[in-house]
Design a protein around this ligand. Structure first.
Ligand code: IMP
Ligand code: MG
Length: 186
């Protein structure tokens, strides 16, 4: 907040489309097939965990692209606030509701940047002793990694630029864009 009480959010302008909606949709279909083949024949349904809020739309689309039995849960973390650079601190704001012990768990992430969020989530979920814990992310920014992350299924590698859309926000806006876009001024 500024002294006058307004929200101090840097103005951003939407830039070029980095990944269009048709390309996202095609890749999500491929990931759904890949994940289905990987888990086919498992004893229990896969638990797909949507990492709120960035992977809302990705989880919804990927969930409908898999053909194996699946359950859904959500986990909430906060890492960025309204800034476009990672603060490095991750806070749990909503825990799982499902008992994941001895189950196959797939964390569904929007983007892996420094890896801090994922490292935190893997540590947190592992404590419940799932029989397996794997990771899918729509986007991956390999240039900024500071924590080692094993990405089992990946949508797209992207350059170190701030992006919005298809779930990704800037100060909570632009999540509903159907494509992934660059922003000017980030
Ligand atoms: P990490 O902890 O640095 O890997 O950051 C992961 C989280 O930061 C993601 O789940 C996003 O919420 C956010 N984030 C990282 N890069 C971007 C971006 O380019 N646009 C929007 N959010 C981002
Ligand atoms: Mg965010």
């Amino acid at each position: 907040m500024t002294q006058s009480g307004e929200m101090a959010v840097t103005a951003l302008r939407l830039g070029a489309v980095l990944i269009d909606a048709a390309t996202i949709s095609r890749r999500v279909g491929e990931l759904g097939a890949e994940i289905s083949t990987f888990y086919e024949g498992a004893d229990d349904p896969l638990i797909m965990v949507c990492v709120l809020k960035g992977s809302l739309f990705f989880t919804a689309d990927l969930g409908r692209a898999v053909t194996i039995p699946v359950e859904f849960d959500c986990i909430g973390v906060r890492s960025y606030g309204a800034a476009t650079v990672s603060s490095g601190t991750v806070e749990l704001v909503k825990d799982l509701q499902t008992q994941v012990t001895d189950r196959d768990v797939l964390l569904v992430e929007d983007i892996i940047d420094t890896g801090s969020t994922t490292a935190f989530l893997v540590g947190h979920v592992s404590r419940h002793r799932p029989s397996s814990l794997r990771l899918v992310s729509l986007l991956n920014k390999p240039e900024r990694r500071s924590r080692e992350v094993v990405l089992d299924f990946k949508g797209f590698d992207i350059p170190d630029r701030f992006v919005v859309g298809y779930g990704l926000d800037h100060a909570e806006q632009y999540r509903n864009l159907p494509e992934v876009r660059l922003v000017e001024g980030a």
